[in-house]
Design a protein around this ligand. Sequence first.
Ligand SMILES: NC(=O)c1ccc[n+]([C@@H]2O[C@H](COP(=O)([O-])OP(=O)(O)OC[C@H]3O[C@@H](n4cnc5c(N)ncnc54)[C@H](O)[C@@H]3O)[C@@H](O)[C@H]2O)c1
Ligand SMILES: [Fe+2]
Length: 437
Amino acid sequence: MQHDLISDRARALGLRTLKRAAGAVTRLVPITPPVLLVGPGSALRLGQAVAGFGHRRVLLVTDAVITQLGLAAPLAEALAAAGVQVVVFDGVTPDAPIPVVEQGLALFVAEKCEAIVAFGGGSVMDAAKVIGLAAANGKHPRELVGYFKGRHGPAPLYAVPTTAGTGSEVTVAAIISDPDAGQKMMVADSRLVPEMAALDPTLMTGLPPAITAATGMDALTHAVEAFISLWATPYTDRMALAAARMIWQQLPRAWQDGSDLDAREQMALASTYAGLAFTRANVGNVHAIAHQLGGRYHTPHGLANAIMLASVLRFSLPDAAPRLARLARHVGLAGKTELALAKKFVDAVQALNDALEIPRTLAALREEDLEALAAAACHEADFNYPVPRRMTPADCTALLRLVLSPTAQPAKAPAKRRAQRRPAASSKAVKASRSTK
Ligand SMILES: NC(=O)c1ccc[n+]([C@@H]2O[C@H](COP(=O)([O-])OP(=O)(O)OC[C@H]3O[C@@H](n4cnc5c(N)ncnc54)[C@H](O)[C@@H]3O)[C@@H](O)[C@H]2O)c1
Ligand SMILES: [Fe+2]
């Protein structure tokens, strides 16, 4: 085993150097951000714009909830009114499972579509990205997993996010899932960035509070992981800091009153800024763990990140305190030393979770799965993410153990450890009543 040959410390140092070098290289890859339309009605304006781009047949990729809510109807009508044939695929389900992507791909090919409008959350946008890339290259989605696996760029893609979380509307990545293997996989290619995106807050007013909270914490995780990344640049720092402050201020508002258009628009922008930050600087250990929880238990992506964020940041403190202190100052926290400030930030992240009624434990997590989940998370982090502090499988198992629900723990667990796993609520945040559920 590698561990017998090379010590963890030596591996960590080697990986750190390699990752810094990879960061210097990836900095040179050109990424063209999409044209952004922002504000109420911008989804309709995107439809009108796309109608002017000369596509004859467009695949509208969405999901059944969006169809039921009728959210995409004005955009589809604008396209149809301009003579563009709209083929609707509304079969996307959470985490873009491969069989679903295959269905969308078959429709795109059979209907000879020329472009794609993705209208939905991250699952819809990611399914659409892979449909377009697979169609352009005549490849199965599975063959595209990894970096730059397509020879040709995808069909033109336009995106309308309906959650404020993933930032997929500006990123080079698409996450798809293999339900049989219980795994999530990444397709990455700088040509996957949509050509145009609309951030329309009116589409988000019906998001239930639990989805608002989880997707908003996904965006915060992107901002924080990008900010503490070894690949951070002055540009990604600006985006990450702005996103973190906006989420800090606006997520509780959007959660309390879903119809607050200003809060919704600020969250949509913040999620896009966080996407711009992490598509360059990358994510980290929180995502490495969240992807395993999503693959194995179908835990919603944002929820998995939210549950892990504070404890992974606490683990990262020895190597990330100065950066976490900067984040703390930026969101308005005060403290005497850098370490004190950094710790305050971590505590405040947990308090934000508590205020948003995000659980501290994951009911689906099983004790017997911990080692395999930790091994897979460390593998993902080691090969992809420029983290400030590397996790060993033992570190990761310990972090996962913190979020085991009491009912999932072995009967013989000592009382003291049980108490540590489920700390008393430290949040002093006031839970205001919500007018929109
Ligand atoms: N490509 C990237 O850069 C990137 C980044 C982060 C996450 N992801 C991936 O994105 C996926 C998660 O996306 P997500 O968090 O946006 O969730 P999602 O797209 O899976 O949607 C979650 C739920 O919200 C519903 N929904 C969406 N918009 C709604 C609206 N406006 N009103 C009411 N209900 C609505 C959906 O129907 C679904 O049931 C995961 O697979 C994750 O790994 C991708
Ligand atoms: Fe994410």
